[in-house]
Design a protein around this ligand. Structure first.
Ligand SMILES: Nc1nc2c(ncn2[C@@H]2O[C@H](COP(=O)(O)OP(=O)(O)O)[C@@H](O)[C@H]2O)c(=O)[nH]1
Ligand SMILES: [Mg+2]
Ligand SMILES: [Zn+2]
Length: 217
């Protein structure tokens, strides 16, 4: 299948995220911004969430990548409308690019549009891309000090997903510490411990998302 590729636009326009929000609202589409380090499991979890949600909602995906179409192809292979946003090396996505890509989707037919942001724990959190909600993924091999080291990524989000629970026995990763640190920077926000590999915790996460989506749609 041929993958449509867009290149990132970097003209600064602070009104654009507001315009994206307006467009999405008009079409009753929710945009979910998925953030986390390279390799945290963004694509793997998105695949699981698509399977869990696709019977109830119509879905679409924008795959941010600095060069390749690998993740966009994964989504297209699942039969989900999918467009790649190629940032040509840039380390985050901006709203201008989302605005340009939206016409690729028949938004009246899409309830939830996922955006897999560029793998990076720093600047994606600084840019409002017009999203309705954000999810931050941290995986166990990355270490349990990341919430305190990269606070913005954990403050400016709606929920934390701690992925790769299946490898917890092999790492000195203090789950309680991470949950506590997260509550410290983002009080009351939910955290989910999951594994995209053995599927543990995926039901709880998808039930939370269904509740959120139903309340927002
Ligand atoms: N053991 C384990 N490996 C995982 C899990 N989730 C993802 N991976 C692996 O981690 C690597 C990176 O995953 P990917 O979804 O591409 O991460 P992304 O770069 O954040 O999109 C791949 O080799 C996945 O198979 C998990 O829950 N447990
Ligand atoms: Mg990926
Ligand atoms: Zn950046």
């Amino acid at each position: 299948m041929e993958i449509k590729v867009y290149h990132q636009i970097l003209d600064w326009n602070e009104d654009v995220s507001g315009q994206v929000k307006e467009t999405l609202k008009k079409h009753h589409t929710i945009l979910i911004n998925i953030m986390g380090s390279p390799g945290a499991g963004k694509t793997s979890l998105l695949k699981e969430l698509i399977q869990a949600l696709r019977n109830k909602y119509s879905l679409g995906v924008i795959e941010g990548d600095i060069t390749t179409s690998i993740d966009a192809k994964t989504m297209a292979d699942l039969g989900i409308p999918s467009v790649e946003l190629n940032t040509d090396g840039a380390c985050h996505i901006e709203a201008m690019s989302i605005q340009k890509i939206l016409p690729e989707f028949d938004l009246d037919q899409i309830d939830v549009l996922f955006v897999e942001n560029i793998g990076n724990l720093v600047c994606p959190a600084e840019f409002d891309i017009g999203e309705t909600m954000r999810m931050t993924i941290l995986s166990i091999p990355e270490g349990d000090d990341k919430v305190v080291k990269y606070p913005l990524m954990f403050t400016e989000t709606d929920c934390l997903i701690i992925n790769k629970a299946d490898v917890l026995p092999y790492f000195d990763f203090d789950l309680d510490r991470v949950q506590k640190d997260y509550q410290g920077v983002n009080p009351g926000a939910p955290a989910f411990v999951v594994s995209a590999k053995d599927k543990s915790g995926i039901d709880a996460l998808s039930n939370y998302l269904k509740e959120k989506i139903d309340a927002l749609l």
